[in-house]
Design a protein around this ligand. Structure first.
Ligand code: FMN
Length: 214
């Protein structure tokens, strides 16, 4: 289900796309999601909030869509339309095998398509460097995991940083990128999680303050 918050007082309301990929409503990821939505609403933004599992987003990029980029899936079309004009993007997901959950991987495959999020110059066979088409002023990714920071960096190389910062957002034209990993969720206390949610609030307020961010 999509929740759209509107503030009718301002003429130019900035739009933020918020994407959650987590299947369990009692999870800490859902608490982050709710905190983000409350904060943006409080600050007067129009929020396009998408809980991908709840809305039943279909992550499968099928053959014909792969070839043409075209789809008749109304949910994908809506996501594409929103993301191209979003002034800000916030993505929330757990670390699953050093990657986003499959539903979110499918979202990037189907929504951030050529002509939507990036475009190669005419004559480029796709091996060049494309022009990013996303106009968002900033993108934030909130993650959770169960691996201590030192082990994540030393052993696994923090693949989520490369994926979101370079492979996705830089590629699509967004340089102003911030990512925050909350860890270790499994051994965290209630008090610690509350402090983490305060940090979420602080980051959102910093990037998307009241009265806009220009
Ligand atoms: C399929 C799956 C894969 C996971 N892979 C990792 C991983 O690679 N690294 C890690 O630190 N935690 C991993 N975890 C643990 C989750 O990141 C952790 O349970 C989650 O971030 C906790 O947040 P939540 O309470 O909101 O679910 C994995 C969990 C699942 C279910």
């Amino acid at each position: 289900m999509e929740h759209t918050y509107k503030t009718l007082m301002k003429e130019d309301i900035m739009e933020i796309s918020v994407i959650l990929a987590h299947p369990y409503p009692e999870s800490f990821n859902h608490a982050i999601y709710q905190t983000v939505l409350d904060c943006l609403k409080e600050n007067g933004y129009q929020v396009h909030a998408h809980n991908l599992y709840e809305e039943g987003f279909n992550p499968l990029l099928e053959g014909p869509e792969l070839v043409t980029g075209e789809t008749s899936d109304p949910m994908v079309l809506k996501h594409r339309q929103e993301i191209t004009k979003a002034d800000g993007i916030i993505i929330i997901h757990p670390n699953w095998w050093g990657q986003p959950p499959a539903i979110l991987k499918g979202w990037t495959d189907r929504v951030l398509r050529s002509g939507v999020a990036y475009q190669f110059e005419e004559g480029d066979d796709g091996s060049g460097v494309p022009k990013g088409l996303l106009v968002a002023e900033a993108a934030i990714v909130f993650n959770t995991s169960n691996t201590p920071e030192e082990r994540e960096k030393l052993i696994f190389g923090d693949p989520l940083e490369r994926i979101w910062k370079d492979c996705v957002f830089d590629f699509c034209g967004i340089k102003n990128f911030h990512r925050k990993m909350f860890r270790v969720v499994a051994s965290s206390t209630q008090k610690e999680r509350q402090l983490w949610l305060n940090e979420v609030q602080k980051i959102v307020n910093n990037y998307f303050p009241e009265n806009g961010f220009y």
